[in-house]
Design a protein around this ligand. Structure first.
Ligand SMILES: NC(=O)c1ccc[n+]([C@@H]2O[C@H](COP(=O)([O-])OP(=O)(O)OC[C@H]3O[C@@H](n4cnc5c(N)ncnc54)[C@H](O)[C@@H]3O)[C@@H](O)[C@H]2O)c1
Length: 441
């Protein structure tokens, strides 16, 4: 019988749960969980019940696993942002290959340290920039690599974070405070977009970054007149406001696993009455969206210049009416324009005879990709990870740490720029010694 790849799951939350499910579903002959670590008994029980695990395979702390030496081939690390470094590095030092959620960390020193540790201990460290593995972005990358649009001159991307997602994750949710989770909005959300741009344009490297943005609109000044403190308690706009907690979490049950995580129970175990009571009392998701304790931005724009002069402009907005990501890439010989949410993009090249353009259309949703997590990226990354561990060849999408640092570098530089009022920051690469400095330093 073929030997399966064995995995320790560190943090059995939403994301790890998805990777484990994808592993068992699509690579059942290759993949097996041998241990789950999570301080939360509810999550351990969920893992046990879902995958019929023995009690001896469940742990409350990583030290209990680490003390046994290397007990599996790899680690799936799906802890929250602020725990990545402390839960990842000790396993790398024991030689585990690792699938690590993004963002890797929130500062340059930690990024270099984790990259160097993976290198020193010979680990395959794959970062969950899952969108690279979606057929939509992977095909765009292959077209760029084919030379069809020439050399990239400029890229325009936007991430419009929709009302429901903004509300549950960033305005009221567990990523709403950098001071708590360690990530600002750009790092938590748009590290995907900036990573995509650096990867699509990886014939060169990012060297200069400028950014502006702030919490300028989702704040008390813009609350509807007479807004209360809690939607379902004292707000006259509860039945009309786009952020109404009742509308989002009770009537439409959008992203239902997130707003009730704070109760310490699974949302499927809560009655509607219990959910309402929680939103009316202690649940942060019941607070007026304009009056939360969010300390991250509600809009931000980033400009990046690459070493060959090419540029990226990326804009993020929270509370967008039509959610989604779009992309426009101008090359020296052609252009690509697409909208990830519909799975459609076009490639335009110049036609000498008609003095106009020829347009080729691609529809990735026709193959069902857009119904799958991250447009197929969640399955794609698990496939890649298992293939790499087995000694297979990396795909065009491969998010190995060595190739995943560039987006993070840009995000770190962008945040420095934003906080300095838009002063450019420069990224220098001196034989592996990477620095980020103000342009006038
Ligand atoms: N790739 C993506 O597109 C994507 C999407 C959403 C979230 N994320 C990232 O995935 C990560 C996890 O997010 P989530 O929503 O699944 O979080 P979650 O809160 O659902 O899961 C985290 C789990 O880690 C456990 N945990 C906490 N401390 C631990 C420790 N010391 N050791 C072991 N387990 C510990 C928690 O109890 C929890 O069960 C975050 O970094 C997040 O930013 C990535």
């Amino acid at each position: 019988m073929k030997k399966k790849i064995t995995a320790v799951v560190v943090g059995f939350g939403d994301r790890s749960g998805i990777y484990v499910r994808e592993g068992y579903k699509h690579r059942p002959d290759d993949f097996e969980v041998v241990a789950v670590v999570d301080p939360d008994d509810v999550r351990l029980k969920l893992a046990k019940d879902t995958y019929s695990l023995e009690d001896s395979m469940l742990y409350h702390s990583i030290d209990e696993v680490l003390s046994q030496g290397k007990i599996a081939d790899c680690v799936i690390n799906g802890t929250m942002d602020q725990y990545h470094i402390e839960t990842a590095v000790p396993f790398l030092k024991q030689g585990y290959d690792m699938l690590l959620e993004k963002p890797v960390c929130n500062n340059l020193d930690d990024l270099m340290m984790i990259r160097n540790t993976a290198e020193e201990y010979g680990c395959k460290l794959i970062i969950c920039h899952v969108l690279r593995y979606s057929p939509f972005y992977a095909l765009i990358k292959k077209i760029i690599n084919s030379g069809e649009i020439g050399t990239i001159m400029s890229m325009e991307t936007s991430e419009r974070v929709g009302v429901a997602h903004s509300s549950v994750s960033y305005i009221r949710g567990k990523w709403n405070k950098e001071s708590y989770c360690g990530s600002g909005m750009l790092l938590a959300k748009c590290c995907h977009d900036i990573d995509l741009a650096c990867w699509l344009n990886n014939a060169t490297k990012p060297v200069k970054v400028i950014s502006v943005g702030g919490r300028d609109f989702v704040n008390p000044t813009y609350a509807p007149e007479g807004a209360g403190e809690r939607c379902m308690v004292d707000c006259p706009h509860n039945s009309t406001c786009k952020y109404s907690a009742e509308n989002l979490y009770i009537e439409h049950e959008t992203l239902p696993w997130l707003p009730f995580q704070c109760t310490g129970r699974l949302h499927t175990d809560l009655t509607e009455e219990e959910k309402i009571e929680s939103l009316k009392t202690t649940n942060p998701h019941g607070v007026c969206a304009y009056k939360t304790d969010m300390d991250i931005v509600d809009h931000q724009t980033v400009t990046i210049q690459f070493a060959n002069g090419s540029t990226l402009n990326h804009t993020m907005t929270q509370g967008s009416i039509r959610a989604g990501r779009n992309i426009f890439i101008q090359g020296t010989d052609g252009e690509i324009e697409g909208w990830a949410e519909t799975g459609e993009f076009v490639v335009r090249t110049w036609d000498y005879d008609s003095k106009s353009y020829i347009e080729k259309k691609y529809d990735m949703k026709a193959e069902g990709n857009n119904e799958r997590g991250h447009f197929g990226g969640d399955q794609g990354i698990v496939d890649e990870f298992l293939t790499l561990i087995k000694g297979g060849t990396p795909s065009v999408s491969c998010t190995h740490i060595t190739d995943s640092i560039y987006g993070h570098l840009c995000v770190f530089a962008a945040e420095k720029s934003r906080l300095s009022g838009g002063i450019p920051y420069v990224i220098s690469y001196d034989e592996g010694d990477i620095t980020i400095k103000r342009i006038d330093e």
